[in-house]
Ligand binder design. Structure first.
Ligand code: WT7
Length: 655
């Protein structure tokens, strides 16, 4: 298959940072960026070694970067540390213990202010509690919690004792929990009775109970009381957070970790259907996330920073739990939905805490646009000085709205491209330097040797789309797929094995300024509201249902979500193809994978459009779902009559 990507966009508006911003920025000029970037690529050991000197290590590294055993990199090889000594103890020791770490805002309107001293104490207590429950260095802990302070505390408490955390987003269903818990044989699961979402209580413990019937590795389930809904507790297995914390010491010495020791595993959809446990290690991840946080958000002592991402995704790991705390930032953590009690909740929170840096997803921005300017106008959001986006390409229309309506035309927007695998931001504007362009992620960060290549690995000319690769290792990179190094090598490094390039799986294009625009995934993964879903995973779930013979799932252009999910089904014999059954399949997918995976469209068809070699023509299905005219060559299709029938049917069903 050809990887050529047609580039039809043209966007030439440029927005240089305002002088007031530049004057105070960490990095103020293109010359400064160029010099730092050059050194980071030509002499990464000098560049990162100097930055790493600013952290607390219990033993210094023998080598900054060891790439001898490529593609497994060892950053700060030989060094020893604990990441929480850097994100907590260090600040308290420097006399910053009274600085606010987290302004927590619950959905019902309750709130908490947590200083760095408080956070250290809470993390230490939780760490001792985990130890009491038999968790030690190297053990895996699954975390299934709403966005409450205990989530931040649990993540850091695991890191404190060297346990490997795997956070599972609260929207995942019981079968998804089972897969993830069993894949990494977690010993402990930390959850809550429930969580608030749009005023309703989500019964998290009941979902965990269902999952734990099929997870023999779990010894204990630790339950935080949040919503006080009725739950069942299983004797010997389930224990309450508050009861376990009683009488526990608030002093917990940090476990000394090797720089290469795994810090966490985070599952992401893979194209074979089985979720991949992306593994990150300690030293490199720390240095990488702390550095990107400082420069890309231009973070300063008096900023109030708010990243809206849930800790269940990598953004909540790198740009809530770790990067900002490593920088002793003051942050906002919000529990609930952006439209509860009304569509102005985010602007209300920004006004209440005087948020200066706001980082969210394009899908949220499109929803705000749709809800209307009047919700923004109710609030004074003039504390904002920098905006960010992440998760998917942002369409220029949404970018312009964000720039004008939220940023008052003065806040730089950092459109940050990165992945669960990269651990930290890879391509993004430097806010005091880069003239931004709507929809464009712009420049590679320090140490990111990004290139756009053709199938053979040769760089494509300016203006031509190709495959985005990274030519050298970088500090916050993944170090493995949990328990499956072969898969790690195969998925990320085999395509350009000879050259030793990391394959990002995205298409991209570079312009004459060196600006990189991301064009989207090159494989069959759907990005819905910033969540990456594998079509294979969705299809295998559908096919497991009695009504379904065969399924093809595609993403299609969706105004709000970026991509919607459309499922095309050939039914089992004698199946009633009624709207009721189409609905039933939507609900079934939501139950099996999670509500965010619920298909927007389900269509029955007599046959799926396939090439003679049997490959489903996904591009074609995308266009059908989006209601577009078909421009493809249809001559290779096996059953053209069935296709025409399908097009007619979908048009009728969508209208
Ligand atoms: C994929 C990674 C990075 C945290 C959230 C998603 C897409 C991400 C951008 C952006 C265009 C983007 C890419 C990438 N993506 N950020 N700024 N512009 N596309 O993490 O689930 O690992 O997904 O999200 O396709 O490969 P993820």
């Amino acid at each position: 298959m050809s990887q050529d990507i047609d580039v039809t966009m043209s966007e030439d508006r440029l927005f240089p940072p305002v002088q007031e911003f530049v004057d105070k920025a960490h990095i103020k000029s293109r010359e400064e960026y160029d010099a730092m970037y050059k050194e980071s690529i030509e002499d990464p050991e000098a560049f990162w070694g100097r930055i790493a000197e600013c952290f607390t290590w219990t033993k210094k590294w023998d080598r900054v970067r060891n790439w001898d055993n490529a593609p497994v990199a060892k950053w700060f090889d030989g060094a020893k540390l604990n990441i929480t000594e850097n994100s907590l103890d260090r600040h308290v020791a420097e006399g910053r213990g009274d600085k606010v770490a987290i302004y927590w805002e619950g959905e019902p309107g309750d709130s908490e202010v947590i200083t760095y001293s408080d956070l250290l104490e809470r993390v230490s207590k939780a760490a001792n509690t985990f130890k009491k429950l038999g968790v030690g260095k190297g053990d895996r802990v699954a975390i299934y919690l709403p966005m409450i302070p205990e989530l931040a505390v649990t993540v850091l408490a695991c890191a404190r004792i060297g346990a490997v955390h795997t956070v599972i987003f609260g929207g995942f269903s019981a079968p998804s929990l089972v897969d993830r818990i069993n894949d990494c044989s977690a010993k402990l699961v930390v959850t809550s009775d429930g969580g608030y979402r749009r005023g309703k209580v989500l019964d998290l413990k009941a979902i965990v109970d269902e999952a734990l019937e099929n997870t023999p590795c779990i010894e204990h389930c630790l339950v935080v009381k949040r919503t006080n809904n009725e739950i069942t507790m299983k004797d010997g297995r389930d224990v309450y957070w508050c009861e376990q914390h009683e009488g526990v010491s608030s002093n917990c010495p940090a476990e000394e970790m090797d720089s290469q020791d795994p810090l966490f595993i985070l599952y992401t959809s893979g194209s074979t259907g089985k979720p991949k446990g992306i593994q990150h290690s300690t030293g490199g991840y720390m240095v990488g996330t702390a550095t990107t946080t400082k420069y890309i958000f231009d973070l300063k002592e008096d900023d109030v920073y708010w990243c809206t991402a849930d800790v269940g995704w990598i953004t909540g790991h790198s740009y809530f739990a770790y990067g900002p705390t490593l920088n002793c930032a003051t942050q906002v953590m919000y529990e609930g939905a952006p439209n509860f009690p009304d569509c102005d909740r985010f602007w209300d929170v920004i006004e209440k805490y005087k948020v200066s840096i706001f980082y969210t997803a394009p899908t949220a921005i499109r929803a705000f646009m749709k809800w209307g300017d009047e919700f923004v106008d109710k609030h004074d959001i003039s504390s904002l000085r920098l905006l960010g986006t992440v998760g998917e390409p942002i369409n220029p229309e949404a970018w312009m709205w964000y720039h004008k309506k939220i940023g008052a035309k003065k806040c730089p927007i950092v459109d940050t491209w990165w992945q669960t695998e990269t651990g930290g931001v890879m391509i993004a504007p430097l806010p005091g330097v880069t003239a931004t362009r709507p929809g464009c992620a712009t420049m590679p960060f320090f140490g990111v040797d990004a290139a756009i290549v053709d199938e053979k690995g040769n760089e494509v000319p300016t203006g031509k789309g190709g495959l985005l690769v990274v030519k050298q290792p970088w500090p916050s990179m993944l170090t493995n797929v949990y328990g499956d190094t072969e898969r790690y090598k195969e998925v990320y490094w085999s395509r350009f094995e000879e050259q030793g390039y990391y394959l990002a799986g995205d298409g991209a294009v570079k312009d004459e300024n060196g600006y990189i625009t991301i064009l989207g995934r090159i494989d069959d993964v759907i990005n819905v509201s910033g969540h990456r879903l594998s079509t294979m995973e969705l299809e295998s779930v559908l096919v497991a249902h009695g009504l379904v013979a065969e399924a093809a799932v595609v993403g299609y252009e969706h105004d709000i979500k970026g991509e919607g999910i459309a499922a095309f089904i050939t039914a089992s014999n004698n199946v009633d193809q009624s709207p009721d059954n189409r609905d039933l399949l939507k609900k079934y997918v939501a139950k099996e994978i999670g509500p965010f995976a619920r298909p927007d469209q389900v269509h029955f068809t007599d046959a799926l459009p396939k090439t003679r070699s049997g490959k489903i023509m996904r591009r074609l299905l995308k266009d059908i779902a989006a209601g577009k005219e078909l421009k493809q060559d249809l001559t290779t299709i096996e059953d053209v009559a069935a296709l025409h029938k399908l097009v007619e049917k979908v048009q009728a069903e969508l209208s």
